[in-house]
Design a protein around this ligand. Structure first.
Ligand code: MG
Length: 125
């Protein structure tokens, strides 16, 4: 299960990759856009790095911190999309599909079984 410590490890790896692929992202974007995708990603993740000291054990709050941090430093449409994605993750949500939907609000406290199974199966990669 994702917790604060795992999230920090993932964010550290993403930040490292954003530096590694900085020029590649900018070059790919420059072919059809304004060439700032590497800048957007690096700055957004850099701001998250600065804010991870405020993480708590509440993962919803942590993803909201990430959302606010990312959008603060990245003004492009990509930055906005990432920020909205992180904001939506922060809300967690009750399960709406399948038998589990009958448990209403209680499902907010549990992993979605299908997503849990998929995450375990993805360990093969
Ligand atoms: Mg751009």
């Amino acid at each position: 299960m994702l917790n604060k410590e795992n999230l920090i490890i993932i964010l550290d790896k993403l930040f490292d990759l954003s530096k590694k692929y900085y020029d590649d992202f900018n070059s790919a974007d420059a072919k059809i856009g304004d060439g700032d995708l590497g800048i957007t990603i690096l700055h957004g993740l850099e701001e998250i790095q600065k804010n991870k000291v405020s993480f708590s054990n509440d993962m919803g709050e942590n993803f909201m911190v990430c959302s606010k941090a990312f959008v603060k430093r990245s003004g492009s449409s990509f930055g906005t999309l990432i920020a909205f994605s992180l904001m939506n993750i922060s809300k967690g949500k009750k399960i709406l599909i399948g038998r589990a939907r009958m448990f209403e609000e209680k499902t907010k406290e549990f992993d979605d079984p299908g997503m849990f199974a998929l995450s375990k199966l993805c360990e093969v990669f």
